[in-house]
Design a protein around this ligand. Structure first.
Ligand SMILES: [Zn+2]
Length: 317
């Protein structure tokens, strides 16, 4: 059963979706070992780097967006294992803050106060983690969707990370900043386009374009992983067993690992997304690399394990 992207986005229209969400009172079965970020966030060492996983909160999406190809029974099973209500996916938003040598590097800056009321908690959770936004030297944007870059500016219009240099995939930048994009995209994508253009414009004097294979800092390398968006990038960090941050190439620890061929409702190019999803999981499993998932249950750190023709996710916490 295929659902048109337009239909999904229409469902996601905040006004419509939140208006219908008052019935979502089901008590989640906490079968997934998710942690909430407490005052003391999850911190781990990776080689010479130290990584703090800072929560931006969570999103609320129609459940079938997570796996458009899944049957109702499969969706129900996924919701149960994730501890989600029966009709709503509640993916976390885990923002990695990476300290390498003299750099403090943030990967994506969350939703800000502009997307959904359960997200946009990055600033307060940075404060709880004792991280001063003014100390951040670099921000890497994986892609220009709302939950990844709408936190760029604060309510007063100034940048959340005022002293940072910004790194964006060249293809991603060129796609979203095309002045003719709004007219080319479905009307339902209007807010996404306007938001991306607003936030990319806000950092245009501080931006460095990157491509796969380039380093953002010593040992932190860009991976070209288009599909979810035309210029989506992932990151790989050297040191220890190695770490891959797939970001939205792998949005769920069940779906992305066990059913990598299933379409994610927000993937722009399904075939490309599947190819990159499989490739990242294959590599992570074969080389026993650690993984950090932006949308996996907090803190989203673990490993890919081969399981038949696909994989399973094994949380490290
Ligand atoms: Zn996302």
């Amino acid at each position: 059963m295929a659902i048109a992207t337009e239909e999904l986005l229409h469902l996601l229209n905040r006004r419509r979706f939140l208006a219908g969400s008052t019935a979502l009172a089901a008590v989640p079965l906490m079968s997934w070992k998710a942690l909430a970020q407490s005052a003391a966030p999850f911190v781990f060492k990776q080689g010479d780097a130290e990584i703090t996983v800072v929560s931006d909160g969570e999103l609320a999406l129609p459940l079938n967006v997570m796996a458009v190809d899944a049957s109702p029974e499969q969706l129900a099973e996924i919701a149960k294992h994730m501890g989600w209500p029966a009709d709503t996916a509640k993916p976390h938003a885990n923002v990695p803050v990476i300290k390498i040598a003299n750099d403090v590097i943030v990967v994506d800056n969350g939703s800000g106060n502009k997307f959904q009321p359960t997200a946009g908690k990055l600033a307060e959770n940075l404060s709880a983690a004792g991280i001063d936004p003014a100390s951040v030297t670099k921000v890497v944007f994986s892609h220009a969707h709302p939950d990844h870059i709408w936190g760029t500016s604060k309510v007063d219009g100034t940048l959340l990370f005022p002293n940072a240099a910004y790194y964006v995939g060249e293809t991603e930048w060129n796609f979203w900043t095309d002045p003719g994009l709004l007219a080319k995209m479905p009307a339902e994508m209007g807010d996404f386009v306007k938001g991306a253009q607003r936030d990319l414009a806000a950092v245009k004097d501080k931006v460095t374009m990157v491509k796969g294979g380039q380093e953002v800092a010593p040992g932190l390398t860009v991976l070209d992983t288009p599909g979810h968006t035309p210029g989506h990038i992932s990151l790989e960090l050297a040191g220890g067993e190695g770490l891959i941050m797939p970001v939205d190439v792998m949005v769920n620890p069940i779906v992305s690992f066990e059913h990598p061929e299933w379409k994610f409702g927000f993937d722009a190019d399904h075939d490309q997304a599947v190819k990159n999803r499989k490739a990242l999981a294959d590599r992570a499993a074969a080389d026993k690399l650690k993984m950090l998932g932006f949308h996996w249950p907090y803190p989203g750190v673990g490993f890919a394990e081969k399981n038949g023709t696909a994989h399973r996710f094994v949380a490290a916490n």
